[in-house]
Design a protein around this ligand. Structure first.
Ligand SMILES: [Zn+2]
Length: 1021
C-alpha cells in the first residue's frame, strides 16, 4: 500500500535548490507532499504511532493504534504553546497503548513533549511486560531525566540529566540494539547515553503474547504504579533508530511552527561501510571492457545491455561485467534519426565502455504481441508431497492459509459493509482490526483480498471436497450479502421515500455542509439511498468525491486514504468470485460499481484525473485500470474499457499530457516513486492492451518490468527499500544505486510488491515466452513469497528487512487485523500452483516452468502430467505423462543452470543443448507412462549489489542462502570465499540445504525465522 513520495523534479527545482543548503533532497520532497507521511523528514513507514494528545488519545498515524486514558485525574487543558494538551495530575491517571503496538520490533525510538510544573515528576513512558522486562524513561523527584531498561536479569540506563520546569521540553529516547546503545535527548541535544546495552525491543515486548505487553505513557511498571505529574503532547513511537539529526529535526520543526514541518535529511547509513572496498575483486584481472553498438527507433530510448562480455588478462576466461549506463529522464537523445554515444561505468573498476546508439526512423510498427499462452485453472494443478512423502514448503504454507481461511468468520469481513449501510450485525460478528477498524479510511481492503482468496481456495481445493464445500458456502454467503447491500444504493429505503440514483449527484450526508471522511461509530453517514445506483464499499462515497475535489492523504476528517485502492481490492475480489469461483451475482455487483465509477470519472476534466492519480497515496488506485479492462473483457460493455483508460497514470506512462515519453518510450519515470502504488498500474496497462491492442500499453508494462527488475531489484526478487528518498516503500531515487540509496533502516521489499511483480511476470509470459519472466517468478516465489510466512501459522511479513542481522516480523496470524501485505498474502498462498505449468492457446505445447511436486490435469488433451521431485532439496525431477499424443514439451532451463541440464526419456539420455535462461523443447508423440528425468546440478554463485561488487548474496541453485545471526549487527557479515570455486569454501548438506561458511551456518532464506544476513561482505582469496 502506498506511502512514500512522488516527486516532480521540474516543478520543484526551486524548492530543491533552496533546500540544498539545509538538507539535501528531502525538504523539496516534504514540501511537496502535504500530510504526515514524511513528517519531519522521516518516512511514515518508520512511525509506529503518534499521539498528539490534543483532545483525545487517538493514534494519528496510519496504524490507528488508539490508546486509552485511564484514571480520573487526567484532563485536556488549554496550553498557550500547543493549544490543547494532556495534563496528568500524578494521582493515578495515565495513557495505555494497545499491547500489540510494538510487538516484534527490533529498535524503538520515543519522542515527545513534556511540561513539568514546579514539583512535577514521574514516569514519562514505560514499555514492556513488568518491572523486570521493560524500556522506560522518567523524571525523578529530584529533577533528573533518564532512560533505563531491564530484561532477563540485565539492567541499566543513562545518567540522569536536569530538566527545566515550567516550560515545554522535547524528550527523546533511542534504543539501538545493533550498536548496543541507549541514548536520551533533551531539546534536540544528546543528554545521556548508556553503552553495552544488550537488549532488543523484541525481548521487551512480546510478539507471541501481545496481551502480556503493557505500554504506558505517564505510568511506571514499578510496584505501586507511580504516575506522571505533568503535561504531554505529540508523543511519537518509531520502529527505527532515530539519529541525533532526526531527533533535532523533530525538535526544531515543532519549535519553528505549530503543525508545520521542519528539515529532515537523508540519514547516513547506520550500517558501517568502512571496511568495504569499492574496488571490484575482478578489477585487477580485467584488461578491457569493449564498447558496444545498439539500435533504437526515434522516440524510444534504447535498452542497453546491463552485462557485457569483458576481456580478461592473458586471455583468461571470466564472467560478464555489470555496466551502469546513464538513465535519461526524457527521450530527447532519440528525438531524430542519427547516432549518439553514451558512456557507461563498470562499478569498482576504472573502465568506461561506450555505447554507440543508432537511432532509426520509427517506420511502420511491427505486429503487436499476441497472447499465445494460457494458464491452467487452479483446480487442474494440485500440489503433492515430495518423493519421501514429506509436505513441501508450498504445501505447508498453503495449508496454514487454507486452515485459517476455513476457520475465519465471513461476517467479520462483511462487518464494515453492513456498518456503512447502517445494517444490523449478525450474532457473533466482530470487526476486523488493523487497517479495517472502525475509523480507518482503508477499511474494506482486506475484504477484497478475502473474496479473492476464498474464490481461489474454492477453486484450488479439488483435493478435499469438505474444504471445497466450506469455501463455496462462504463465497456464496459473501456475495449474496454484498449483492443485497449494493441493491440498496440509490434506491428508496422505504416505499415512496427519497432517493438519488445518479452517481454524479450524491449529496453530502444529511445535515452536513460538505463531504467528510468521518467513519466513527454514530457519526458515519448511512443514507445509502442517496449514493447513486450500484455503489458498494465499506464506507460511504465521500472519499471518492473528496479525491475529485483535491483532498490529500491523512487522518483528519477532511482527508482521505486511498479510496480507489480499496475499491480495486473489492472489485478484483468480485471478479475472482465470478471468473475463478463461477459466481454470477459477483459479476453483477462489479458491473454496478464499475458503472458508478465510470459515471463519476468521465464527468471530470482530464487535468483533474491527472492531478488525482499523481496525488501521493490519496490517488493510489491499485489496479483499477486492470479490473475495468477485465470487466470489459467479461461483459463486452465498452464503457468499462473506456473507464480503464481514465485511470491512465499519464505522467508515469507517457511522461506528460502530450504523451512525449514516459515508460511507453522506455524512460525511467519510476525513480523515487512508491513501488506498490505503481506496479499494479502496469498489470492494468497490460490488461488494457489485451482488449485494445494499443501497443503503448504493452510497452509500458514491458519497459517497466525491464527497468524494475534490472535497476531496482534486491536479492529476494523484490523491489523498494530506499534510504533516498527516506522511505522503505519507495524505489531508490536513481536506478542502479541500491548500495548508495537502497538500504533503508525501516526495511526493504514490501511483500505486496513481489506479489504484484509475479502477476506481471505471468502476464508478460503469456505474450512472450522468453525465460526471463519465469526466472524472475522462481526467484521471487522461493525467496520472497515462500519466505514471507511464519513457521507455524499464517502470520506473514510486510517489509522483508535485508539489512545485516535483521529479522522478519510476522503479523496477522489469526487473520483479524490486516495490512495491505497481510491481504495479498491471502491471495499468494491460495494459488501457489498457478505458474508451474502453462499451455499454448492452441494446446500444442505444454510449458514446465517450475520444479514442484504436482499433478496437472491437461483436460483439453486428456493428458495428466505427474511431477515427482524433492526439489530444491535435490537437483532432479521426474515428469510422467499419462495419456498420449503429439505435443511439444517446453522445459525452462533456469538462468542459474550453468552446471548443465541433463535430460533422459524413458531412461535414455537425450543429446540436447540446453542454454541457461531459455526453454528446451522436447517434441515427440508421447505415450502413456513416458518418463522424463531431468537433472539440473546446483552451483553456488554470488549475486552482487549492482553498485557495490564486494557486497553480494549467495545462492545455491534457485535458493538464496541466509547467514544465521544471533544478534543485531552494525556491519555487513564478512565471508571469505575461494575465487575459483565457491563450493570449496562451503561445507554442508544439499539434501537439507544446511551449509556453513567460515563457521557461520547458512540455510535457505525461506526457512529462516530468526536473525539473518542475506547480503554479505565478500572477500575472495
Ligand atoms: Zn503491502
Amino acid at each position: 500500500m502506498g506511502r512514500c513520495t512522488t516527486r516532480s523534479t521540474r516543478r520543484h527545482i526551486g524548492a530543491v535548490l533552496a533546500a540544498v543548503l539545509l538538507a539535501p533532497l528531502v525538504i523539496g520532497l516534504a514540501a511537496d507532499q502535504g500530510g504526515d507521511q514524511f513528517l519531519d523528514g522521516i518516512g511514515e513507514t518508520a512511525l509506529v504511532a503518534r499521539y498528539l494528545l490534543g483532545g483525545n488519545a487517538e493514534d494519528s498515524s496510519r496504524n490507528h493504534l488508539h490508546a486509552t486514558l485511564h484514571g480520573s485525574g487526567a484532563a485536556y487543558v488549554e496550553d498557550p504553546r500547543f493549544g490543547r494538551v494532556l495534563e496528568l495530575a500524578g494521582n493515578g491517571s495515565y495513557v495505555q497503548l494497545p499491547g500489540n503496538a510494538l510487538a516484534g520490533e527490533d529498535a524503538i525510538s520515543v519522542a515527545g513533549w513534556l511540561y513539568l510544573p514546579t514539583g512535577g515528576s514521574g514516569p514519562v513512558f514505560d514499555f514492556g511486560q513488568s518491572a523486570s522486562t521493560r524500556l522506560f524513561a522518567s523524571v525523578g523527584a529530584t529533577g533528573g531525566f533518564s532512560a533505563g531498561f531491564a530484561a532477563g536479569g540485565a539492567r541499566g540506563g543513562t545518567e540522569p540529566g536536569p530538566v527545566p520546569v515550567n516550560r515545554w521540553v522535547h524528550l527523546a529516547v533511542v534504543l539501538d540494539p545493533a550498536n548496543r546503545l541507549l541514548t536520551t535527548y533533551l531539546d534536540g541535544a544528546r543528554a545521556g547515553q548508556a553503552a553495552n546495552v544488550g537488549v532488543t525491543a523484541a525481548q521487551l515486548v512480546s510478539q507471541a503474547a501481545a496481551d502480556a505487553n503493557r505500554l504506558f505513557l505517564g505510568r511506571s511498571h514499578d510496584e505501586g504504579g507511580s504516575t506522571l505529574h505533568g503535561r504531554l503532547r505529540d508523543v511519537r513511537v518509531y520502529r527505527v533508530v532515530l539519529t541525533g539529526a532526526q531527533v533535532a529535526a523533530i525538535n526544531s520543526a515543532a519549535s519553528a511552527r505549530q503543525g508545520g514541518r521542519g528539515r529532515g535529511g537523508t540519514p547516513a547509513p547506520e550500517i558501517s561501510t568502512a571496511a568495504i572496498p569499492r574496488e571490484s575483486p575482478s578489477a585487477a584481472r580485467l584488461e578491457r571492457v569493449p564498447d558496444i553498438q545498439a539500435e533504437t527507433i526515434v522516440g524510444r530510448l534504447p535498452r542497453l545491455p546491463r552485462e557485457i562480455p569483458a576481456v580478461y588478462r592473458d586471455g583468461a576466461p571470466g564472467p560478464k561485467v555489470r555496466v551502469i549506463w546513464p538513465a535519461p529522464k526524457d527521450n530527447l537523445q532519440v528525438a531524430a534519426p542519427g547516432a549518439y554515444t553514451v558512456r557507461g561505468t563498470v562499478p569498482g573498476t576504472p573502465f568506461e565502455p561506450n555505447a554507440t546508439v543508432t537511432v532509426k526512423p520509427a517506420g511502420k510498427a511491427g505486429p503487436a504481441p499476441a497472447r499465445t499462452v494460457e494458464s491452467f485453472a487452479l483446480g487442474r494443478v494440485v500440489l503433492n508431497q515430495d518423493t519421501k512423502g514429506r509436505d513441501t514448503p508450498f504445501i505447508r504454507n498453503r495449508d496454514k492459509f487454507i486452515k485459517g481461511l476455513a476457520a475465519a468468520n465471513p461476517d467479520s469481513f462483511l462487518y464494515n459493509f453492513r456498518d456503512a449501510f447502517g445494517q444490523p450485525q449478525p450474532a457473533g460478528a466482530t470487526q476486523l482490526g488493523g487497517w479495517d477498524n472502525q475509523t480507518t479510511r482503508l477499511r474494506g481492503h482486506a475484504s477484497g483480498h478475502y473474496l479473492s482468496a476464498i474464490a481461489q481456495a474454492y477453486a484450488s481445493t479439488t483435493y478435499d471436497e469438505a474444504l471445497r464445500a466450506n469455501f463455496l458456502q462462504k463465497m456464496n454467503y459473501l456475495i449474496d450479502t454484498l449483492h443485497d447491500l449494493s441493491q440498496k444504493s440509490g434506491r428508496p429505503a422505504t416505499g415512496g421515500g427519497p432517493s438519488n440514483g445518479d452517481p454524479t449527484q450524491v449529496p453530502p450526508g444529511t445535515g452536513r455542509a460538505g463531504y467528510d471522511s468521518n467513519l466513527r461509530a454514530g457519526a458515519i453517514r448511512t443514507d445509502y439511498w442517496n449514493w447513486g445506483k450500484g455503489f458498494i464499499s465499506a464506507y460511504p462515497p465521500d472519499q471518492f468525491i473528496m479525491l475529485e475535489k483535491g483532498a490529500t492523504y491523512g487522518t483528519q476528517d477532511t482527508q482521505i486514504w486511498a479510496p480507489y485502492y480499496t475499491l480495486h481490492k473489492i472489485l478484483a475480489g468480485l471478479l475472482d468470485c465470478y471468473e475463478v469461483g463461477g459466481n454470477r451475482k459477483a459479476l453483477e455487483i462489479a458491473q454496478g460499481m464499475g458503472a458508478w465509477v465510470n459515471a463519476r470519472l468521465r464527468a471530470l476534466p482530464a487535468e483533474t484525473r491527472i492531478s488525482m492519480w499523481s496525488r501521493y497515496i490519496a490517488g493510489e488506485y491499485g489496479g483499477m485500470n486492470e479490473v475495468m479492462a477485465r470487466l470489459y473483457r467479461l461483459t463486452r460493455d465498452r464503457q468499462f474499457l473506456e473507464c480503464a483508460k481514465l485511470f491512465d497514470n499519464v505522467t508515469v506512462f507517457f511522461g506528460n499530457a502530450d504523451h512525449d515519453h514516459g515508460l511507453a518510450a522506455n524512460v525511467d519515470t519510476i525513480r523515487g516513486k512508491h513501488a506498490n502504488q505503481h506496479i499494479p498500474q502496469m498489470t492494468g496497462a497490460l490488461e488494457t492492451f489485451r482488449s485494445t491492442g494499443e501497443r503503448p500499453y504493452y510497452d509500458i508494462a514491458d519497459n517497466f518490468w525491464d527497468i524494475a527488475t534490472n535497476g531496482y531489484m534486491y536479492a529476494i526478487g523484490g523491489v523498494a527499500g530506499a534510504r533516498t528518498p527516506n522511505n522503505a516503500e519507495c524505489f531508490t531515487a536513481e536506478p542502479d544505486s541500491l548500495w548508495e540509496h537502497g538500504f533503508a533502516s525501516g526495511g526493504q521489499n514490501e511483500t505486496c510488491c513481489t506479489y504484484n511483480l509475479l502477476k506481471l511476470d505471468r502476464q508478460l509470459f503469456m505474450y512472450d515466452q522468453t525465460a526471463k519472466y519465469m526466472d524472475h517468478y522462481e526467484l521471487g516465489l522461493y525467496n520472497h513469497i515462500l519466505a514471507s510466512v511464519a513457521e507455524d501459522d499464517p502470520g506473514n511479513t510486510y517489509h522483508v528487512p535485508l539489512n545485516p542481522g535483521a529479522q522478519k516480523r510476522f503479523g496477522n496470524a489469526d487473520m483479524s487485523g490486516f495490512t495491505c501485505c497481510n491481504g495479498t498474502a491471502l491471495e499468494s498462498h491460495t494459488k501457489l500452483q498457478d505458474s508451474i505449468y502453462f499451455r499454448s492457446a492452441d494446446d500444442r505445447t505444454l510449458y514446465v516452468n517450475l520444479f514442484v511436486p504436482s499433478t496437472l490435469d491437461w483436460a483439453e488433451r486428456h493428458v495428466v502430467v505427474r511431477q515427482r521431485t524433492d526439489f530444491p532439496y535435490a537437483d532432479t525431477t521426474r515428469l510422467v505423462i499419462e495419456g498420449s499424443g503429439a505435443f511439444d514439451l517446453k522445459i525452462r532451463v533456469p538462468r542459474w543452470a550453468t552446471g548443465g541440464f541433463f535430460v533422459s526419456i524413458n531412461g535414455r539420455v537425450q543429446a540436447q543443448t540446453a542454454v541457461p535462461g531459455s526453454y528446451l523443447t522436447l517434441r515427440r508423440t508421447w505415450r502413456p507412462n513416458d518418463t522424463i528425468d531431468l537433472r539440473i546440478p546446483f552451483t553456488f554463485y554470488l549475486a552482487p549489489v549492482m553498485d557495490q561488487p564486494n557486497v553480494a548474496s549467495i545462492f545455491y541453485g534457485p535458493v538464496l542462502l541466509a547467514a544465521e545471526e544471533s544478534a543485531p549487527r552494525s556491519d555487513w557479515r564478512p565471508v571469505t570465499l575461494d575465487a575459483g570455486d565457491l563450493a570449496k569454501s562451503v561445507t554442508g548438506d544439499p539434501a537439507t540445504l544446511r551449509f556453513a561458511i567460515d563457521g557461520v551456518p547458512f540455510k535457505p532464506f525461506f526457512e529462516t525465522y530468526g536473525r539473518h544476513s542475506v547480503y554479505l561482505h565478500v572477500r575472495l582469496r
